[in-house]
Design a protein around this ligand. Structure first.
Ligand SMILES: CC(C)(COP(=O)(O)OP(=O)(O)OC[C@H]1O[C@@H](n2cnc3c(N)ncnc32)[C@H](O)[C@@H]1OP(=O)(O)O)[C@@H](O)C(=O)NCCC(=O)NCCS
Length: 396
């Protein structure tokens, strides 16, 4: 059996050596990563004279149905190159599910190097992104709404960014992280120090959106503008952002805009044929079925219930039969006695996709991919969980 324990304070340098060997990022960056590690968030596999493998479990909150849910973010999964393939990272992944559950996290998310690898441990693809790649100012519609945009004055505007972001997190998507006022002030400072720009969109003096721009240069020295973090809470706010981009100076040669897969923003372009890349963004897992279902918010349209059997190899406390019930914007998953017949079955990966609103069971049923007893049962599942598209903009 693989020996595992929490990182000790005096082992930060060993951890930096491990990060540098696994990721080849240089010791300076590896030391910065190691500085953020520690008990109870870093689990390691020790070997004589070094740490062979590690995993970080980072404390976050994600918003689902307008309510925040405790989320353990998996990051920094690494094994020395000459120790790989011995099952070290796999043992850490398995143990992380138990530890995060013990520590009270209800769900977990990660950015995968391989979707196949993390699927084995219960995480599943739960959010797609569209990157509108390398378009020009002249590809975009122009218009008066661009005047709603103003450059941010920095951290003193943090309250306005918080308001625009929080509204988007509560009303428009599932999966966005909770961001504090302090984290916003730090984010704006870091962006400014790196030469980026933050813009607010205001309608009648109220913040209805924002966008953060950085300026990557390619090997030929061409200047680009990239937006991966924005909120547009009204149709005018969306037009304001894209119409403002149409007015950028001509030395900005390419624009890249990353959005959730839904809704698309094709109408912002004169012709919708600009290059787009559709790709899965992150993987997600429910750690505690009963806790996560109770913590999440629901539309008041979600009213009826269903019964389901869930199987979770790495979180056996989740395996069993449930009765789900919804009403008044709340949900409950009640355990049923073992052996009770249920309407259908889900793996924890399937349930995780449903929980986030990523998987529409009515579409699945129509395509013959969901063995619910009827289209009506599929509609009950959709009414409960498909309340918003999924999106995650924070990296960890
Ligand atoms: C990914 C990593 C942590 C795995 O560590 P490990 O201790 O070798 O993991 P395990 O022994 O538990 O598992 C090895 C499995 O990963 C698979 N694997 C390794 N690299 C892979 C890749 N790039 N794509 C797909 N699968 C990969 C192996 O084929 C093996 O599969 P198997 O279990 O079906 O035989 C290690 O390869 C590493 O440190 N890589 C560099 C850093 C990195 O990318 N970290 C992940 C960030 S999300």
């Amino acid at each position: 059996m693989t020996e595992m324990r929490f990182l000790r304070q005096e082992e930060k340098d060993s951890l930096a050596q491990l990060f540098n060997n696994a990721y080849r990022v240089g010791l300076e960056t590896a030391r910065k990563w190691a500085d953020r590690a520690g008990e109870p968030r870093t689990l390691v596999v020790p070997e004589p004279g070094r740490l062979a493998s590690c995993i970080n479990m980072l404390p976050f909150e994600m918003v689902f149905g307008g309510q925040s849910v405790a989320m353990g973010g998996i990051g920094g999964v690494a094994t020395w190159a000459d120790c790989q393939g011995k099952g070290y990272a796999g043992a850490l992944m398995h143990r992380s599910v138990e530890i995060m559950h013990e520590q009270g996290y209800l769900v977990s998310a990660l950015y995968p190097f391989s979707f196949r690898y993390y699927r084995k441990f219960g995480w599943e693809s739960c959010g797609d992104r569209i990157t509108y790649e390398g378009f020009r100012q002249s590809d975009l519609r122009r218009g008066e709404d661009s005047r709603l945009v103003r450059a941010s004055r920095g951290a003193e505007d943090a309250t306005l960014f918080v308001a625009a972001y929080d509204r988007q997190a509560a009303e428009r998507y599932n999966g966005l992280m909770v961001r504090s006022h302090e984290s916003w002030a730090a984010r704006l400072n870091t962006l400014a120090e790196a030469g980026g720009h933050a813009y607010l969109i205001e309608e009648d003096d109220q913040p209805t959106g924002y966008f953060l721009c950085d300026h990557p240069q390619d090997s030929g020295g061409h200047i680009g503008l990239r937006i991966r973090d924005f909120a547009t809470n009204t149709p005018r706010a969306m037009r304001a952002m894209t119409m403002f981009l149409a007015t950028l100076p001509a030395n900005v040669e390419t624009i890249t805009l990353q959005t959730a897969a839904h809704p698309t923003i094709f109408e912002a372009f004169l012709e919708p044929t600009v290059r787009k890349l559709l790709a899965p963004g992150f993987q997600f897992r429910v750690l505690d079925v009963c806790g996560a279902v109770a913590a999440r918010g629901y539309n008041s349209a979600a009213r009826q219930g269903f019964t389901v059997h869930i199987t979770d190899e790495h979180g056996p406390w989740n395996t069993g039969a449930y009765e789900f019930d919804f009403g008044g914007g709340r949900g409950e998953a009640k355990r049923l006695p073992e052996g009770v017949a249920t309407d259908f079955s889900w793996s924890i990966q399937q349930f995780s996709q449903v929980f986030t609103g990523y998987r529409d069971m009515v579409q699945q049923h129509a395509a013959g991919l969901f063995d619910a007893p009827s289209a009506a049962t599929a509609a009950v599942v959709r009414d409960a969980f498909c309340d918003r598209p999924t999106h995650l903009m924070d990296f960890f």
